[in-house]
Design a protein around this ligand. Structure first.
Ligand code: PEP
Length: 251
């Protein structure tokens, strides 16, 4: 059966020293609770190897926030999937709306990144989600379906089974405006139907679909209580141990 997951996305926040301290804080806090979910932190590239040294990887997973769409070579400033894997990270966030919006990541580029991640035994946490206009004009079902189809549906069922999805409505990211639990459940259930149609019940039911967008301790329990919401991808609230743990313990 699919896993419940709470994953932090630190984005471009914290210096190395601050990041190591935050990771240590989460790691310590996890010793004192029974988490009913897998817990992951997504951190800047510069922090990966150092944080890997200070966390208990049996309790806290480590993710990069991106990887390059090439394996190696003359791509100045890029960080490849093999490089990420060599730090000890086991996950990589791909297709975040900020990457799509500000760095022109297309479905095609993301398809390549997903393949490279999988080849390097990294679990992609693949983000999808509509912008406000698409929510308001009712095209959000089609938008989300196309994002999944265009980057992921050439995967075999076996490889698709390694993907974690994160539905993140762009209008809810960093805005303080959360989708209601019913809005989240509606689209998560739809996403699962899309997966059933392509890969069948078993793969669909085993795929974790996280919600992201202004998730916080005060709304996490209601969101996570929905049958098709398998956890959260957490931005702002992942930057403090207390608020992140407040979400982890919402399960
Ligand atoms: C995110 O960027 O993945 C996110 C969900 O951000 P926030 O929780 O801050 O809305």
């Amino acid at each position: 059966m699919r896993k419940n997951i709470v994953a932090g996305n630190w984005k471009m926040n914290t210096t190395l020293q601050e990041g190591v301290a935050l990771a240590k804080g989460v790691n310590e806090a996890l010793k004192n609770v029974t988490a009913n979910c897998d817990v992951i932190i997504g951190v800047p590239f510069t922090h990966l190897a150092s944080i890997n040294e200070v966390i208990d990887s049996t309790k806290l997973g480590l993710a990069a926030e991106n990887c390059a769409d090439h394996k190696s070579g003359a791509y100045t400033g890029e960080v490849s999937a093999p490089m990420v894997a060599s730090t000890g990270a086991k996950y990589v966030i791909l297709g975040h709306s900020e990457r799509r919006q500000y760095y022109g990541e297309t479905a095609e580029i993301l398809k390549t990144k997903v393949n490279l991640a999988l080849e390097n035994n990294l679990t992609p946490i693949f983000c999808i989600g509509e912008v406000l206009e698409e929510r308001e004009n009712g095209t959000y079902f089609d938008v989300v379906k196309a994002q999944i189809e265009d980057s992921l549906f050439e995967l075999s069922a076996e490889d698709f089974g390694k993907i974690v999805l994160a539905y993140e409505p762009v209008w809810a990211i960093g805005t303080g405006k959360t989708a209601t639990a019913d809005q989240a459940e509606e689209i998560h259930a739809f996403i699962r139907e899309v997966l059933v149609a392509k890969y069948g019940e078993e793969v669909a039911n085993n795929t974790s679909i996280l919600y992201g967008g202004s998730c916080k301790p005060s709304n996490a329990a209601e969101l996570f209580a929905k049958p098709n919401v398998d956890g959260g991808l957490i931005g702002g609230a992942a930057l403090e141990v207390e608020s992140f743990m407040g979400i982890v313990t919402a399960f």
